[in-house]
Design a protein around this ligand. Structure first.
Ligand code: PEP
Ligand code: MG
Length: 746
C-alpha cells in the first residue's frame, strides 16, 4: 500500500483527466477510474457506489470485487459500512472492516477477504451522491494523507457525475437534469401552479475540476480572492453608516475572505491537482456538510455566510451568474434554498409559485407567500440541485408535491386540477356579495386576516366584511431596521383608508417564538414558544408598545379604532396593556391630536389559562379573538412548528371542540363579542364545526372566504351540533368521520 503524496495525487488526477477526455461510454470511464485509483493507491480494491434513488446505493464500478456484482449489489442508506459513509457524510477508515460496527457481509462481492476499508463520501455542495471505497487485505489504517488524496478524487468524481460523464449506453446512471422528478414536500400555501424554473441563485457549473498547472491555478485563486476582498471592502465602505446587521454580515465576510485557514486548505487542494474553482467548491461542500450537522444557530449562520462567500468567489472564477438583467421566464416558479421575506416581496406577484428546499410552514417567507396568495411548497429536498433554469415545473401547494420536468400524463392530470380550481373560483365569485347564512338561518361574519399592504386589495375581491386580524409584526419582520413612528402612521393610515370604513382589528406586535425581528438581539431561550414573546415583550419593553399605540391613534385620526393584544395569559396582563392604551390616549389628548371616535381594546385567547380567567376579565375586555394556531398547540402540547407532531391532533377532536364551546358559553354569558382567527377558520369543514359550537365570527386568509362561505350556506348548524354531541356521547376521538359522512349526504 502506497500512501499518496502531493505529486502522486497530481499524477493520479492527471490520469483521471485523460480517462475522461476520450468519448468512451460512461460505464467504461467509471471502470477505468476504479482501476486507476486502485493502481495509484496500491490497494486491491477500489469501488464506486452511487445513489440509485434517495435511499439506495448501487455498486456501479469496481476493481477487485466480483465484477458480476456490479449493478447487482445494492444497499440502503445507513446499511453496512458504505451505507454509513453515505448516511453521515463522514469518512470511515478501519483496519479491520469485518469487525467494524455496522459491517454487512455481501457474499456476492467476495469482500470478506479484505481487511482494511476506507470509505469517502462523494458529495457536491452538501448533496450526497455516493461513496468511494478502497480496500486491501493488509490490516492497517490509511494515513491522513491517503484520506485527503481520496477526498480530492471523490470531489472530481462528484463533479464528473454532475456533468453527466458517466451516462450513456450500458451506463451506471441516467442523465442528470433531464428526467422527470417527483418530490414529496410540505404544503405551506395552497394552490396549483404551472410554469418555469427561476433559480434564486443560479448554479455555478465547474467544467474543469482537474488542472495541469498548479502555479497557474494558485495565481487564479489569489487574484480572485483579491477581487473578492476588494469587493467586500467596497461594500463595507458603502454601508459604513448604514444598517448595523448588514455591516456585521459584511465584517464576517471580510473575516472569511482574509482567513488563512480557508486559503491554506484551498491552496493544498490545488497542489493536489484540483483547479481553483474545484478547490473552492470542495471547501464549500465540506462547509455545507458541516452546516447540516451543526445545531447551534449562530454557527449555522456563519457557515451560511461562508457558503455565500464561496458562491461569490466561484462566480468571479467562472464568470458565471454575473450577468445582470437576466429576465424572469414566462410564469416563473421561484426555486431557492431559503429566502427572506424582503427578497420575496421584491419578486412580488410576478411569481406563479415558490418551492423552497428548506423553509418551514411558519417562516416569514411563508407568511409573505400567503399574503401574496402564491402557492408555496417547503422542505423540497434536492430541488436546488435537481432543477435548472427554465425547466418545466408544476407545483401542488395543496398536497405539497412538486413535479419537475413532468411527463405528458402528469401534465394533463395537473392541468385538469388547475381547471377545476378555476371553476371553483368562479363559483365563489358568484356568492361574493352574499352573506354567509346557514340553512337554519345562522348568520356567520367572515373576515380576513392581513398583514401587508399587498393583502388589502383582497378586502374587495374576497367579499370579506372586514379585517379580523391585522398582524402588525409583518411590517417589522420584512425590514432591516425598526420602523419609525411616522412610517407606521403612514402605513396604518393607508390600511384604514383602503378598508373604506370596514372594521380593521390591529393586533399589536406579536414577536418572539418563531417571529424573530432581524434587528433585535436574539434571546437564547430553551423553549421560545413558551418564552418571552408577544405581550410579554410589549409589557417589559413598553417603549415599542407605546410608539405603536401612538401610531395607531394618529393613523385613525378621529376614525374608530380596534386594537387587540396577542398572547394574553392572565387578566393582569390585559389590565396592564389597557393602562398603556389609556395613558397613550391621554398623552395624545394633551398633545392636541384628534382621538379615535370609538376605541375598542380586545385580547387574543391563545393560552388555555385565559379561558378560565375571572368573570371580571370577560366583562372588561371589549372583545376576544381565539388564536387557534397557538391555542391548539398549547391545548395539545404539540409544537405548531414541529412537522413531527404538528398534524398529530385534529382540530375536530371532541375535547378541543368542547373547550371552544366552553369559551363561547362564557362569552355569551358576559356579552363579550368573540371571533376565531387561527388557520382553521379558513378550512371549510373546521369552520362549519366551529360555527356549530357557537362561534359567529371567523377571520381567515382571503382566498378561504369563498370555500368557507359556500359550505356554510349548504349546512344546517343544528344538525352539525347534534353530530358533535353524539360523538361526545359515544366517546369518539374526533368528529371528522361523522361530519364527512354528513357532508357526503347533504
Ligand atoms: C393564532 O395563534 O392562531 C394566530 C392567529 O396568531 P399567529 O398565527 O400569528 O400566532
Ligand atoms: Mg398566535
Amino acid at each position: 500500500m502506497v500512501d499518496s503524496t502531493e505529486s502522486e495525487s497530481r499524477r493520479l488526477l492527471g490520469r483521471l483527466r485523460e480517462a475522461m477526455a476520450g468519448d468512451a461510454p460512461g460505464q467504461a470511464r467509471l471502470d477505468k477510474i476504479t482501476h486507476l485509483i486502485a493502481d495509484s493507491m496500491g490497494t486491491e480494491v477500489c469501488s464506486v457506489y452511487l445513489f440509485r434513488d434517495d435511499e439506495t446505493l448501487e455498486l456501479c464500478a469496481t476493481e477487485g470485487l466480483n465484477v458480476e456484482s456490479v449493478h447487482q449489489t445494492r444497499m440502503r442508506i445507513g446499511e453496512g459500512l458504505v451505507g454509513r459513509v453515505a448516511k453521515y457524510g463522514k469518512v470511515v477508515n478501519t483496519p479491520d472492516a469485518p469487525n467494524a460496527k455496522g459491517f454487512r457481509y455481501m457474499p456476492e462481492t467476495g469482500e470478506e477477504r479484505y481487511s482494511s476499508f476506507l470509505g469517502i463520501p462523494i458529495q457536491r455542495l452538501g448533496e450526497m451522491m455516493g461513496v468511494l471505497v478502497v480496500q486491501s487485505k493488509e490490516a492497517r489504517e490509511f494515513s491522513s494523507d491517503a484520506v485527503y488524496a481520496l477526498e480530492v478524487v471523490a470531489m472530481v468524481i462528484a463533479e464528473m457525475t454532475e456533468l453527466g460523464a458517466f451516462v450513456g449506453e450500458g451506463a451506471a446512471l441516467s442523465p442528470l437534469h433531464q428526467q422527470p422528478v417527483l418530490l414529496h414536500a410540505t404544503a405551506a400555501q395552497e394552490g396549483a401552479a404551472e410554469g418555469h424554473v427561476w433559480l434564486h441563485e443560479p448554479r455555478v457549473v465547474v467544467t474543469n475540476p482537474i488542472a495541469e498547472d498548479p502555479h497557474r491555478e494558485l495565481q487564479r485563486l489569489t487574484e480572485a480572492v483579491e477581487e473578492l476582498r476588494v469587493g467586500v471592502d467596497k461594500m463595507l465602505k458603502i454601508s459604513e453608516n448604514g444598517d448595523k446587521d448588514q455591516l456585521q454580515v459584511l465584517e464576517t465576510y471580510r473575516m472569511f475572505a482574509n482567513s488563512k485557514g480557508w486559503m491554506r486548505r484551498m491552496e493544498e487542494d490545488i497542489s493536489r491537482g484540483l483547479s481553483a474553482e474545484a478547490a473552492v467548491e470542495k471547501e464549500q461542500s465540506q462547509a455545507r456538510a458541516r452546516m447540516s450537522q451543526v445545531q447551534d444557530a449562530y454557527l449555522r449562520e456563519r457557515l451560511s455566510d461562508l457558503d455565500d462567500l464561496s458562491n461569490r468567489l466561484l462566480r468571479i472564477l467562472t464568470g458565471q451568474g454575473a450577468e445582470t438583467g437576466a429576465e424572469l421566464p414566462e410564469n416563473p416558479i421561484l426555486i431557492a434554498r431559503n429566502i427572506g421575506p424582503a427578497e420575496l416581496l421584491e419578486y412580488g406577484r410576478s411569481l406563479r409559485g415558490i418551492v423552497l428546499e428548506e423553509g418551514s410552514v411558519g417562516s416569514h417567507a411563508a407568511i409573505v407567500a400567503r399574503a401574496l396568495a402564491i402557492p408555496l411548497v417547503v422542505n423540497a429536498k434536492r430541488i436546488t440541485t435537481e432543477a435548472l433554469n427554465g425547466d418545466h415545473i408544476m407545483v401542488d401547494g395543496d398536497q405539497g408535491i412538486v413535479h419537475l420536468r413532468p411527463d405528458e400524463t402528469v401534465v394533463s392530470a395537473f392541468r385538469d386540477k388547475i381547471a377545476m380550481q378555476a371553476d371553483a373560483q368562479e363559483r365563489y365569485a358568484s356568492i361574493r356579495e352574499k352573506p354567509a347564512i346557514t340553512r337554519d338561518n345562522a348568520r356567520i361574519n367572515l373576515l380576513m386576516n392581513a398583514g401587508l399592504m399587498a393583502d388589502l386589495p383582497s378586502l374587495e375581491g374576497s367579499g370579506a366584511e372586514g379585517v379580523g386580524l391585522f398582524r402588525t409584526e409583518l411590517q417589522f419582520l420584512v425590514r432591516n431596521q425598526m420602523p419609525k413612528r411616522s412610517e407606521l402612521v403612514t402605513l396604518y393610515q393607508r390600511v384604514l383608508d383602503a378598508s373604506h370604513g370596514k372594521r380593521v382589528v390591529f393586533r399589536t406586535l406579536d414577536i418572539g417564538s418563531d417571529k424573530v425581528l432581524p434587528y433585535m438581539k436574539p434571546t437564547d431561550e430553551p423553549n421560545p414558544a413558551l418564552g418571552w414573546r408577544a405581550i410579554r415583550v410589549g409589557l417589559d419593553k413598553p417603549g415599542i408598545m407605546r410608539m405603536q399605540l401612538q401610531a395607531l391613534m394618529r393613523a385613525a385620526n378621529g376614525r374608530p379604532l380596534s386594537i387587540m393584544f396577542p398572547f394574553v395569559a392572565q387578566f393582569e396582563e390585559y389590565r396592564a396593556a389597557r393602562l398603556e392604551v389609556d395613558k397613550t390616549l391621554e398623552r395624545e389628548r394633551i398633545l392636541g391630536h384628534p382621538l379615535p371616535e370609538r376605541l375598542e381594546v380586545g385580547a387574543m385567547l391563545e393560552t388555555p389559562s385565559l379561558a378560565f380567567a375571572p368573570h371580571k376579565f370577560f366583562d372588561e375586555v371589549d372583545f376576544l379573538s381565539i388564536g387557534g394556531n397557538d391555542l391548539k398547540q398549547f391545548f395539545f402540547a404539540a409544537d405548531r412548528e414541529n412537522e413531527r407532531v404538528r398534524k398529530r391532533y385534529d382540530t375536530l377532536n371532541v375535547s378541543f371542540l368542547t373547550f371552544i364551546e366552553q369559551i363561547v358559553e362564557r362569552c355569551v354569558r358576559s356579552g363579550t363579542p368573540l371571533s376565531f382567527c387561527g388557520e382553521d377558520a379558513g378550512r371549510p369543514i373546521e369552520a362549519v364545526c366551529l360555527a356549530a359550537t357557537g362561534i359567529r365570527t371567523l377571520s381567515m386568509r382571503p382566498a378561504s372566504i369563498g370555500p368557507v362561505k359556500s359550505l356554510l350556506m349548504r349546512v344546517d348548524l343544528s344538525e352539525v351540533r347534534k353530530l358533535i354531541l353524539d360523538c361526545r356521547h359515544r366517546g369518539d376521538q374526533s368528529v371528522r368521520p361523522a361530519i364527512m359522512r354528513y357532508l357526503r349526504e347533504i
